[in-house]
Write a protein that binds this ligand. Structure first.
Ligand code: NAD
Length: 501
């Protein structure tokens, strides 16, 4: 049941002012301070105000958390629990997240600037669905008995792996963490989560809700801290069997090195993207333009699969730009993210705002045409806002068309034919997602085969449900979140061969 939800800007502000934030690390079922007492401020990017001084864990805190998870693994308090009992914990867990939706949404909004309606309408419900989906999987996971010669019996068991180190990003703080911890726990593992230090508030609360749902202490721990310290310690830890990561491609590469330097732990990576939206002349332009605008400006463009490259056929190029410009102006106006009417919040931090403005400067310097935007919001100097921005005339050699900007910046390329569209789309180190807009389904099938991307949408963008494996080709990662394919990644097979004669 969803708890009481404020309706107006005033009510949300009052709720934010009254919020009690849990600021500790979460180890062995308890909120604790960092061993050295260190803290790290969480700054509201809409106002610049400090919303919490969160405990900031280091290597010794990671040691404590991994020891707790390891003890829980060793005594089997979770993995040996009957599947239906674990499912009951998951059901209560999902119900509690749902019942606390308003609080969790608020924690996202004040930490990273996401509009409250997005947090409440997307992030939290999706996290609930994720927990429910993987909870439902628990007693459906089965091994097999293979077809062997008569004098042997061969059983392939599917077992959890051990202690999973989950490292997550700040753009959907609770949801990205849930995409890791829900399948990891459902498979029977124990978890140490290192949330993104810019927005750890909801993850600490999530760990408490797991305990409230009847989850045993030590099974799900959270160590907030800086990436190069707490994250690195987790990635190097000899008792961590797998790192499951969402974040930048650069950090993902570092984690693979850490695995090699330590115990050859498994490393699953969900990393960056520069996803193309290909619009052909026979597309339903109203729908395509609307999706293109939302696909790059939602969450201020801080979305791994953001449709940041718009590939538009020359026959509709000018009309597309005109419609895109109108639709962007109609849909995305900056505002206070605590106002339910706001569609465009600030970027996550001042430093990120400056980085995005730097990419915009590079786009202008390289000769791309700035159609609109490109600046901060002059009416909100206290916040880390960047206005929705469109470049046209982009070529593949321009940084604005190649690099993952992770902000509200669209780069529009013109193409002449299908082959050129495919070549442009695939000319990227990334391969997370892509979309195709056309009324010709034969053409769409052909293009799906040719595109190098893990997720492809045809005549839609961003659609899907929990059955959809989510992850990338090339340097966008090496794994899939969501789906049955995902839960298999948190398990290993054990072959037991019985001689019968
Ligand atoms: P980031 O790589 O800077 O940080 C991600 C996480 O890694 C954080 O928790 C951070 O503290 C930690 N980290 C940083 N350096 C580390 C190190 N040396 N060792 C261990 N951990 C370290 O990324 P970000 O800026 O937080 O997130 C944005 C990125 O995440 C974008 O590239 C985006 O595309 C990607 N992302 C991908 C997906 C996906 O599903 N593919 C989803 C969301 C975000």
């Amino acid at each position: 049941m969803v708890g009481a939800v404020p309706a107006s800007h005033t009510e949300w502000r009052a709720r934010a002012a009254a919020l009690r934030i849990e600021s500790g690390l979460f180890i062995d079922g308890h909120s604790v301070a960092a061993a050295d007492g260190a803290t790290l401020a969480v700054i509201n990017p809409a106002t610049g105000a400090t919303v919490a001084e969160m405990a900031c864990g280091g290597a010794s805190d990671v040691d404590r958390a991994v020891a707790s998870a390891r003890a829980a693994w060793d005594d089997g308090r979770w993995r040996h629990m009957a599947p239906r009992d674990r499912m009951a914990v998951f059901r209560r867990f999902a119900d509690l997240v749902e019942a606390n939706a308003a609080e969790l949404a608020l924690l996202e909004t004040i930490a990273m600037g996401k509009p409250i309606n997005d947090a409440l309408g997307v992030d939290i419900p999706e996290a609930v669905v994720t927990i429910r989906y993987f909870g439902e999987c628990i007693d459906k996971i089965a091994g097999s008995v293979t077809n062997t010669a008569h004098n042997a019996l061969h059983i392939v068991a599917r077992e959890p792996i051990g202690v999973i180190g989950a490292i997550s990003a700040w753009n959907y703080p609770l949801l990205m963490a849930t995409w890791k911890i829900a399948p990891a726990l459902a498979a029977g593992n124990c978890v140490v989560l290192k949330p993104a230090e810019r927005a750890p508030l909801s993850c600490v609360r999530l760990a408490q809700l797991f305990i409230d749902a009847g989850g045993p202490p030590g099974v799900f721990n959270v160590v907030n801290g800086r990436g190069p310290e707490a994250g690195r310690a987790l990635a190097l830890h000899p008792d961590v069997a797998k790192i499951s990561f969402t974040g930048s491609t650069a950090t993902g590469k570092q984690l693979m090195i850490h695995a090699g330097e330590s115990n050859l732990k498994r490393v699953s990576l969900e990393t960056g993207g520069k996803s193309p939206q290909i619009v052909l002349p026979d597309a339903d332009l109203d729908v395509a333009v609307d999706a293109a605008v939302r696909g790059i400006f939602d969450n201020s463009g801080q979305v791994c699969n953001a449709g940041s490259r718009l590939l538009v056929h020359e026959a509709i190029h000018d009309e597309f730009i005109a419609r895109f410009t109108d639709r962007a102006a109609a849909l995305y106006a900056p505002g206070d993210p605590l106002d339910p009417a706001t569609s465009l919040g600030p970027l996550v931090a001042r430093a990120h705002q400056q980085a995005v403005l730097g990419w915009i400067d590079k786009g202008i310097a390289s000769g791309a045409c700035l159609e609109f935007g490109g600046t901060v919001d002059p009416t909100r100097p206290q916040g880390a806002y960047v206005l929705p921005t469109l470049f046209s005339g982009v070529r593949p050699d321009m940084a604005v068309g190649r690099e993952e900007i992770f902000g509200p910046v669209a780069a529009l390329f013109k193409f002449r034919n299908e082959a050129e569209a495919i070549a442009l789309a695939n000319d990227s180190p990334y391969g997370l997602a892509a979309s195709i807009w056309t009324a010709d389904l034969k053409r769409a099938h052909r293009m799906v085969k040719a595109l190098e991307a893990g997720v492809i949408w045809v005549n839609c963008f961003g659609d899907g449900d929990m059955t959809q494996p989510f992850g990338g080709y090339k340097q966008s990662g090496n794994t899939r979140d969501k789906s049955l394919e995902c839960i298999a990644g948190y398990m290993q097979s054990k072959s037991a061969w019985f001689a019968l004669d």
